[in-house]
Structures are given as structure tokens and as C-alpha cells.
Design a protein around this ligand. Sequence first.
Ligand code: CUK
Ligand code: CUA
Length: 867
Amino acid sequence: MRRTFKRLLSLAAAVGLVSSAAVAQSELEKIMKERGLTQDDILAAAKTYTPSGGRDKYIVFSSGGQSGQIMVYGVPSMRILKFIGVFTPEPWQGWGYDDDTKKVLKEGWYRGKPITWGDTHHPAISETNGVYDGKWLAINDKANPRIAIIDLKDFVTKQIVVNPVFKSDHGGAFFTPNSEYILEACQYGAPFDNEYHPMEEYADVYRGGVTCWKFDHENGRVIKDESFVIEMPPYMQDLSDAGKEMSYGWGFTNSFNSELYTGGIEKGLPPFEAGMSRNDTDYLHVYNWRKLAELAKDPKNVKVINGIKVIPIEVAVKNDCLFLIPEPKSPHGVDVSPDGRYIVVCGKLDTHATVYDFKKIMEAVKNHDFAGKDPYGIPIIDMKKAMHCQAELGLGPLHNQYGPKWKTEGEIYTSLYVDSQVVKWDYLTCEVKDRVNVNYNIGHLCGMEGKTEDPQGEYIIALNKLAIDRFNPIGPLHPQNHQLIDISGKKMKLLYDMPVPLGEPHQAVAIRASKLHPEVRYPMGTNPFTGKVHEGKTLAGQEKIVRKGNHVYVYGTLVRSHINPEHVTVNKGDIVTFYLTNLERAEDETHGFTVDWYNVHASLEPGKTVAVTFKADREGVFPYYCTEFCSALHLEMMGYLLVKDPNKKYKSVKKIKLKKMSKEQLMKEYKKTVALNEATKKVIQSVVKFLKENHYEKYPVVKQLVEDAMDQFNKVPAEEKKAEEALKKGDIETAINFQYQAWQYLVKTADVGIRAKDLLVRKLATPMSEAAKRGEAAFAEGGCNGCHVIGKVSSGPDLVGVLKRHENGEKWVAEFIKNPASKYNDPYVKAMIDYFNLRMPNQHMSDQEIKDIIEYLKWVDENANLF
Ligand code: CUK
Ligand code: CUA
């Protein structure tokens, strides 16, 4: 350490930083002493510490094991970035609590029944020419054999596919080199059909296999109809890998029950663990998926079971598409080298890793040089004839990752479960190079793109099953431990422990961050699950509540800091759908939505539209609110769902209050109501005057609206008459109620009348240029009208005349839209902020959009007299 600092000091002296460097040195030494840190610790910290605002070079997608999720974190910082909801509901993301995410989870139901968890094992990133393309992520669920597809544009699960014949899976998900297929191997042999078959029928009826899921690489969806299953004996297929380069078109899957043992510990028979590990060898399955895919197109070659095509063993064998090679005792990992030539298999109960040579395998296949056949008629290739070499690694080798020097030094890293080590060795010579201890009991290990044709090296992450004494105790269940190892030098170095309070990691995959291009926002009104416009897309001003039978549809919007509408009243028993659009365009300005007590939740990222449906089956008052602390007025971002029982008579609280009033007080109340009605009529009259002066009758749609308004207005005199009659009888209370009723009609009149006026304005105004039209659309899409109503002061100032309010108005407004914060201190803006208690947000408009909006505002000004 001292020497390092001496060097640093001389360097610092040269640039005149002596004093601060000296201070830093003594400070650092003090901390090291206090915390008991070694020089190695400080170096490890320097290699992993990422200052505030810093980014990581690699992004890791780790299986969340029994959480049914995927964890995303950065390397080398090991900072967690996201838990992606996959097979399990994830409340923060609304995953499983809004309609569209429920739909995706429902795709994963099994025989009509919900499955609400998953045992995720192996994430895989889609590939183009054998290297990660950063587009899609797939993962399997071992417990309930399913595959999920995650979109790396928004890190959201878009599809779940149920395997209709497997009863368990493990060897998935593995993409083929151009993402043509995703391989998913079965684990525990079981009948393909859904019927009862006794254990005695194990060898005859129980089956294993590999499902080749056809993948639409462009759209990121599995195409079930073009997928097929390769039937295999019930050998307990395990991990798999797709061949590449010279082995392109082939798949490799190992297994661990060549004994076909069926257990029965309760009957006094040896348990599975003994019976399944008796044989010295199990089988590596070698199959030609490319040729089988062609065969599967001919109905003669397949049986359809539970709706999926299954290629029987005989068909695969007859067409030279399926072979077995013995592999040492209970193997686990199988990993194809970056050039596709070597296949490295690790035997859990063997100290060796076995390297097979694809060239030799193909030799044997070509010459039909087989050592025999298994009971199912599958040709067995002699192990020695297919083998390149065997490396003695230590106890419990499991999984492999390749390093960048694979060409020259056969660089490969293998996890040793029993020995708790990572071993670096050479798969070309089978020589061991280095080993490092991990804590404890490593399963998979994750290299940087370490299973592609272009491994990056630098780091290996040990995914450890046990943490034991590594962290502060938190009870009997300990966290998982992801340990970062530096592999850039000759010797491996352990850098960092990351405890993870999320199920067993199994496998993780790492990709260069530069290969990912996630979106910042959705185009306004997007349904992320279709990629198209959501049926519930609602822009500012379009909010409405529509009833169809007993289904009430609320078309609402969210923008800082209000939800529109704020009152929704329905009948008990109604089905309620909230369609909500987040009008924000600002980065990270997410709103959430829930209705208290109704077990719904949605996350609305900028531009997204969600649907939330539930049955209003409980009477009462239920606040709804935004669940993300999105602004200073976030707590005010709320509304009420009122559920009333249509069969019940409710006493009005107002009445109860009135009853206590004296006659004088009642008269006062009555006069107040009348005055309110008169004021409302004045508003209506001014609208009517405008409509008449501008010959509304010439425009049919406007005329229709006016007629609607008059319908309401014509009901007013009758109510007023009833009020007067009640008053004459001395029943002031009833008189007040009739005046209130009259007011209801007046409000409706005003509402429709104003809409008619707006429409008429459109008709009368000077024609809009194309640019102004685009500007108006941008104004709406951008959510500007969430706060600004043209011709009216709303939650923001009226924009009529805005271009004239400021010197150099167009430039001023353009600058303000582009960067509102730059003008927060402008005295005029400051006053507005104080008045409205809101700041103009940055909506990230493009320069073109801003230009268009200015054109639109010019049009507004030209027609100022109409607003
Ligand atoms: S598995 Cu868990 S350590 Cu499911 Cu790939 Cu090997
Ligand atoms: Cu939106 Cu809180």
C-alpha cells in the first residue's frame, strides 16, 4: 500500500496536488486500520466501487429461483437494478394486478388452474450468429414446465408458454445460434398424456424429451404451432446446449437415470438417490434439431399429444437424428465451446470433466460405428471414440463458462460444488491452470457472455447455494451469495460478495450493457403487451365514464398531479374497468394506481395505458390514488370510487342538516340555491349568445349538441315551478330540493353548451396549417392539455395570447418548452408557479414538435376572439 501511495504522491507532486493526496493517504490509512482492511481489499474495492452516477459495463440477468422472477444487476458494481416479474405476481410493477399483466400470467395456467409461482432456472439471451443480440430473454420454470419471454426493450415479460406434455423441465431455456428455436429439456420422466399410469409402467409409458420451441425472433414470441417435442426415454434429461458453428443444427442434452430406476423408499426399496446413481455412466443425448424440424412438418412423422407435435423415438432414430453417448456418473452441465467443436460435460459424482469432440461424434455417425443400442433402439456411440480428453478437476464439477482465450488456451472455468471452488483449465489439453475458493457450494457460474461465440472474460460470478457465515445472521434462512471474481489476471481473485434475498439463482447470463437499448418511454397510449395502441388510450380532454349494461368503463388520465376523473359512482355489482393513460413524457415519471380494498394495482410508466377491471361487489366509499411519489402534490393525486346499492334508499346528509335549520336559515339556503341557478343561467346565456351570433344552426354536429343542451335546459322550468309550489305550501325543504334538481339540469346544459361552443370555434377559425395540426396533436399527445385549457385558466395558465405575453414570444415559448427549468427564476414564471402551485414540466419535446406547437399557438392567437 505504502509503495503504491509513494508512487501516487510523486505523481501528485508533479501536478501540484501534494497536499490533498497526502491528506487522502493518511485518511485512507486511518480507515484501513479502523476497519481492518488489507491492500487486497482496497484493490478489490477500487475494481468494483462505482461512484454515484457511474454505470456498469455488464448487465446480468439472474434467475430468481423459487421467486419465479428474474433479477437484473450490474457488473462490476453488483448493484441490483430490477426484479422482473415473470411467473409470480410482482406488485410494484402491477404484474398480476392489472388486466393486461393478468392476461400474460393466465397464459401460464395449467389445465384451467392458476399457477402463481415458478421455479426459474436458466435465463438465456437471444442470439444472432451465436452472439447475444440483446433483444429477448427467455427463462424456464422447472416446477411447472413453462417458458417465458421477456422483452429487453422494457424488461417486461411478454409471453408465457405452457409445455403441454412435460410434467417437469430443467434443460431450458437455450436459444439456438440464430434464435430459431428455444430448447427445453424435460427433467423427471412422466407420461406425456394427462392420465394415471402406475410406476410399474415407467419404462413403457413414462417419457422424457426435448421441446424445440419455434421462436419468432423479430416479434419475440414462441409460435406453438410450429414447435415440436423430440420424444426420449425417461432417463431424466438435464441441462442442454445448442451446437454452433460446425455443430450448428445439433443439440446436446445429458441425463442422470440410465438405470430407469423408479424408487420406492416407503416400500423398503433403496431411495432414488441410490438407484439412480448406480451405473458408472449415463447418457448424453445428441440430436439433430434442424433435420427434426423439417421432419416435424410432415404429419406422418409426428403424433399430436395435448395439442403439440411429438416426434417418436423411432422416427428420430430412423432418420439418423438421435444418438446417445455414455458420460460419467450423474452429469450436470453440458456446454458447447465457442467454435462449436467441443462439448464439455461435468459429472457431479465424478471428479472429471469430459470433453467430447464433435468431429469424432460425426465420424461415428457417418460410419454408423455404434457400440450398441439402448432398450429403446437408440444407437449408442462409444464414449472413447467420441472423447477428446478428460480433466481431473476436483469434487462435484457442475457447470462451465468459456474465456476469451478459448482458441489458443482452451480457456474454460468450471464450478466445483463439493469443493466450493472455481477451476480454470484448458479444455484443449485438459490441464488445470488455477483454482479459487468460493463460499460456499457453488452451482452455476456466470461468465461475461461466457457461453457465446464471443466470450469477454474479465469476470466470473460464482452463484453460491449456501452463505453460512458470510453475512449478518437473519434467522435460519440465509441469503444467496453471488461472488464476483476477477479473471483478468493470471490468478483469479475474489472481489465482492453480494447477498441476495431472492430464491436460488441457478443460472445467470451477462451481456455487455452497450448491447442493450431499452426504451425511455412508450409512444402515448401504448399497450406494452401488444406493442400497439391500447383500446383504452385516453388523451387529456377525452376523459369520460361510459356505462354499457352493468359494465362501467372509466376512460381516465394521469399527469402530475391529478387523476381525471376524480369521482366515479357505480352500483354495487357493476363491473368497473378503469382505462388509464399516463400522459407524461418525462423520463422516469411513473404513476401508480390502486383502488383501496379492491386488490388491483397498476404501474403506469410514461405513455403507457393500462386496464384495471374488478367487480364493485362491496358497497361503500373507496379512495383511489397514485401509488408512486411522483411530485410534491402526489398525495393529492387521488379520487373516490363510490359504490351504492341500487336496492337501498339513502338518506341525504344534507337533509339531516337542513332539518335542524330554522325557517330563516332554510329561506337563506333557498335563496342561495336560486342565486346559484341564476349565475349558471348567465354562463349559459353567454354561450347561447355566442352560438346564435355565429349561426350554429349551419353546422349539423354543433346544432345537435345545442339541441342536446336545450333538452336539458327545457326541463328547468318544470322543476322551478315545483319549487315555487312547495314554497307556497311552506315546505321550504322540498323547494330547495327542486331548485337543486333544476341546477343539475342547468349544469348539464352548460356542459354540453360549452362543448358545442368549442366545436363551433373549430368551424369558424381560420384553417389550420399542417404544421399547426401537428402541433395540436403534439400538444395533446404530450399531455400539455392536462394543465392548459385553451381559452380558460385551468390548472395552468390560459395559453391564448401566450406568444404576445413575452418579448420575442415565439423564441421565449420555444425555449420554455425545451427547458422549463431554465426559466423557473424568470419573475413572470415564478409568479405563475406560485399562483398555480405547479411548475411547467419538461415533456421532452423534439425541436420539430416544439416548432409545430408554436404554429398551433399562432393559430390560437389568430382566433383569440373565438375562445
Ligand atoms: S441447475 Cu441449479 S446449479 Cu437448475 Cu442449471 Cu445446476
Ligand atoms: Cu402520480 Cu403520485
